[in-house]
Design a protein around this ligand. Structure first.
Ligand SMILES: Nc1ncnc2c1ncn2[C@@H]1O[C@H](COP(=O)(O)OP(=O)(O)OP(=O)(O)O)[C@@H](O)[C@H]1O
Ligand SMILES: C[C@@](O)(CCOP(=O)(O)OP(=O)(O)O)CC(=O)O
Length: 421
């Protein structure tokens, strides 16, 4: 290792996506190792719209491990951060940066400290899977910095110990987290079912219903469910194994009808299991329920599903449309029922891939105000509007897995001091 007096800093920056489960993970059989009671399947969301960027740095001048999340220093003393750091450190390899004249031997990593800075380009702890993108990015970037030679499957098993759903963010496209059988969790890993190009017609619209921090965290919620819900046992043993096979087939065949049926049914069963918990857990609110009704009514009127919906541990709706045209119609319906507060401009109310708005003829608030009521409302009662009940919408699509950012200007830490920029 370089002499202590040398003040070099070596850094790596990576970007990692979030993911949305279409067959949900809910319930652990081992709390520390984070081993689930069932397999789960997710779609990785395009990092262009939702992602975590993390810079990790090492220097002999750092006297302890430190982390900054969205610009604020946070403690790394939690068991989950410690598990990830320990598992990555013990697999570290020799590192050489010829240009900077830095040489780190495998054995030196035990004594060296790291600085970590991470930024989520979307709300943290608001039910948009920040922990999934965040912990996957932490593990991925540390593995690159420390020249860990493990494949993505092994890295997923480490990210899993940071947050269960994080293991699925190590891949793009469609991902399965295999629950595994091993008591130590070596076979509880994520695998890619298909990459993001396999089914690139799909468009994802997220209704951010509330970006306030939620009352019951996923970790606490699922612990209480495991302790008290009989329905969870039935779900894990009888329902999910069959659904996993059906979902894999639906993805393989790009069979949207089956994909949508399974996605909606599994989201609804997850929330039923939450209600079956003692005391019951409510993650969805009235707005979430309204969105379900809008999509269900529309799907029924078309005779075949156009849009799938799914809700994680919060009220935000994630809707998956079969193609761009359908996504445009979906946005028209959503904007009809949930127009923004006065003085909100459409550009900040619908973010992400705005080209869908344009294709649907929605260029400004005038177009939103002129939207007719959806035709599936058959009764004579005028359709009610719920102005302001949705904070904003995000339009996105299935996306790629983690990538390294080689451009130093994208780093979150200063290359000389190793402190946040
Ligand atoms: N970029 C990040 N890097 C490291 N850790 C992160 C990052 N973002 C979030 N986290 C961790 O995840 C926690 C938030 O997780 P939590 O499960 O409460 O919310 P969420 O992941 O946004 O929602 P959900 O899991 O229900 O979709 C944060 O308090 C922090 O510990
Ligand atoms: C509802 C979910 O989003 C639950 C995610 O739970 P977390 O992965 O956040 O929980 P921990 O493993 O305790 O960190 C469903 C899913 O993503 O599969």
């Amino acid at each position: 290792m370089a002499d202590e007096s040398q003040k070099w800093v070596l850094m790596v920056t990576a970007q990692t996506p979030t993911n949305i489960a279409v067959i949900k993970y809910w319930g652990k059989r081992d709390e520390t190792l984070i081993l689930p009671v069932n397999d789960s399947i997710s779609v990785t969301l395009d990092p262009e719209h939702l992602c975590t960027t993390t810079t990790v740095a090492v220097s002999p001048s750092f006297d302890k491990d430190r982390m900054w999340l969205n610009g604020k220093e946070i403690s790394l003393s939690g068991g989950r951060f410690q598990s990830c750091l320990r598992e990555i450190r013990c697999r570290a390899g020799d590192v050489e940066d010829e240009k900077k004249g830095i040489k780190i031997a495998k054995k030196d990593w035990e004594k060296l400290h790291v600085h970590i800075a991470s930024y989520n380009n979307f709300p943290t702890a608001a039910g948009l899977a920040s922990s999934a993108a965040g912990l996957a990015c932490l593990v991925f970037s540390l593995a690159k910095l420390m020249n860990v030679k493990e494949d993505h499957g092994k890295l997923s098993a480490i990210a899993r110990q940071g947050s269960g759903s994080a293991c699925r963010s190590l891949y793009g496209g469609f991902v399965k987290w295999i629950m595994g059988k091993d008591e130590k969790g070596s076979d509880s890993i994520a695998v890619q079912l298909a990459d993001e190009k396999h089914w690139d017609d799909l468009v994802i619209v997220i209704a951010v219903v509330s970006s306030r921090q939620k009352e019951t965290s996923s970790t606490t919620g699922m612990r209480e469910t495991v302790e008290t819900s009989m329905l969870l046992q039935h779900r894990a043993k009888e329902v999910v194994p069959k659904r996993i096979l059906q979902m894999e087939e639906a993805i393989r065949n790009r069979d949207f009808a089956s994909f949508a049926h399974l996605t909606c049914a599994d989201s609804n069963q997850f929330h039923a299991v939450c209600l079956d918990t003692c005391p019951p857990i409510f993650y969805m609110n009235d707005t979430s329920h309204r969105i379900i009704s809008i999509v269900e009514k529309w799907n029924r009127s078309e005779g075949t599903p156009q849009v799938a919906y799914t809700f994680d541990a919060g009220p935000n709706a994630v809707m998956i449309a079969r193609n761009r045209k359908v996504a445009g119609v979906l946005l028209q319906k959503l904007l009809f029922y949930f127009p923004p507060q006065p003085d909100t401009d459409l550009n900040s109310y619908v973010i992400g891939d705005k080209s869908i708005l344009k294709d649907a003829g929605l260029e400004g608030m005038k177009d939103v105000e002129a939207l007719p009521p959806p035709p599936e409302i058959k009764d004579n009662i005028p359709a009610q509007k719920y102005k302001g009940d949705v904070s904003y919408f995000i339009c996105t699509r299935p996306g790629k897995g983690p990538v390294l950012l080689s451009d130093e200007s994208q780093a979150l830490l200063n290359p000389e001091s190793g402190l946040p920029k």
